[in-house]
Design a protein around this ligand. Structure first.
Ligand code: BDR
Ligand code: CA
Length: 362
């Protein structure tokens, strides 16, 4: 009898682990957080000032000796394209990194059209208002003449398997680059994408609609093109963002080091924590960039992920499973982040943000 009971318990445990896609066995086995690689990246961003997650991810990329930012490409998302471009140019002046070239990207998603809902929710990707003045005035630094898509294509095609794309906004530019050159997708070394929310994993609700995450919802067709392209993708979805806990305690540690970015941050985040000391600031784009240089901080699972492009209630929703299902036949297996080591993450984030700003050409 005792034996039967033990067998029954064992089989329940077995089926539970199969149901959860065997998450643990597919995760990174060690927590060795040191990687000596230097990544040549293109940072594709829907940048916004005052500094939010895109800006914090950008400063990590600029500061880290493990990252060489070849160029920043802008895209409409949090803001209009023009605003994102003006804001990132000004940001580079503030942090004295005018050496980094900025390329202007897409001002509209591939298909998604503005609606009353889009106007009433977060994000001004649809706006054609002239840009407002960023902190300290309009930038003197100008964007490059080459378009973002041409820059992506030329850089990647000239250096196959050497360039990593870090995409922290809607994927419009990357999708256009894939469509522009037949060898682009197979020449990209890797792409880290902040986007999506996977309902089959914990914390998988959307933030733009009940099931869709903002970056994917702004340009669902582009997200689908990128995920189906065959580029090795690491997805940093809302599931992993929701494991971050940007509390006042951690905020105080970030701003205790005086840099141009932390002083901007004091002006934006300070009042939030004064209003509500319990406020938790989730980190999105920061996870994507930190996980590039410290991959062992995050746990990943390999899943087929596809994006709903039907213009119904789930437009822009990402769906992930451990096998292909009807309608998702073109989906590719990608790495999906679903958990992170918060204590070490925030320590390393603070370290990267606080590094002295140096011009890498010096
Ligand atoms: C994503 O949407 C944007 O608002 C953030 O910058 C981040 O890239 C989170 O859903
Ligand atoms: Ca972003």
């Amino acid at each position: 009898m005792k034996k039967i009971l033990m067998l029954a318990i064992a089989s329940v445990f077995l089926s539970l682990s199969i149901l959860s896609f065997n998450l643990e066995s597919r995760t990174t086995p060690t927590m060795n957080i040191v990687s000596d690689k230097v990544y040549d990246i293109i940072l594709d961003t829907d940048f916004s000032m005052p500094p939010q997650d895109d800006a914090l991810a950008t400063i990590v990329a600029l500061n880290s000796p493990k990252i060489n930012v070849l160029g920043i490409t802008t895209v409409a998302g949090n803001n209009s394209l023009e605003q994102a471009t003006v804001d990132v140019l000004r940001f580079l002046e503030i942090v004295k990194r005018e050496d980094v070239p900025v390329f202007v990207g897409s001002n509209m998603p591939l298909v998604h059209e503005v609606s009353d809902f889009a106007k009433s929710t977060w994000g001004k990707w649809w706006s054609d208002d002239p840009p407002t003045m960023p902190i300290g005035g309009f930038p003197k630094k100008k964007p490059e003449k080459q378009s973002a898509v041409d820059f992506m294509v030329n850089t990647v095609i000239n250096r196959p398997q050497e360039i990593t794309i870090v995409a922290i906004g809607p994927l419009t530019n990357v999708a256009k680059a894939i469509r522009q050159h037949p060898n682009f997708a197979k020449s990209v070394k890797e792409i880290i994408v902040m986007g999506g929310a996977i309902a089959t994993l914990p914390d998988g609700a959307g933030n733009a609609t009940p099931n869709a995450e903002f970056n994917f919802w702004v340009d669902p067709e582009a997200a689908r093109v990128v995920l189906r392209s065959g580029i090795p993708v690491t997805l940093s979805p809302l599931n992993v963002s929701r494991k971050t806990k940007g509390s006042e305690t951690w905020y105080e540690k970030v701003v205790s080091v005086d840099t141009p970015v932390t002083s901007l941050l004091k002006q934006t985040m300070g009042p939030e924590f004064e209003k509500d000391p319990e406020f938790i600031d989730l980190m999105y784009d920061q996870v994507a960039i930190i996980s590039l240089i410290y991959p062992d901080l995050v746990k990943t699972v390999d899943l087929y992920v596809d994006v709903d492009i039907n213009h119904g209630i789930n437009y822009g929703t990402s769906v992930g499973w451990d096998k292909v299902w009807p309608g998702a036949e073109g989906a590719k297996k990608i790495k999906v982040q679903y958990d992170l080591d918060w204590e070490n993450f925030i320590k390393l984030f603070i370290k990267e943000v606080s590094r002295p700003h140096i011009t890498k050409n010096d």
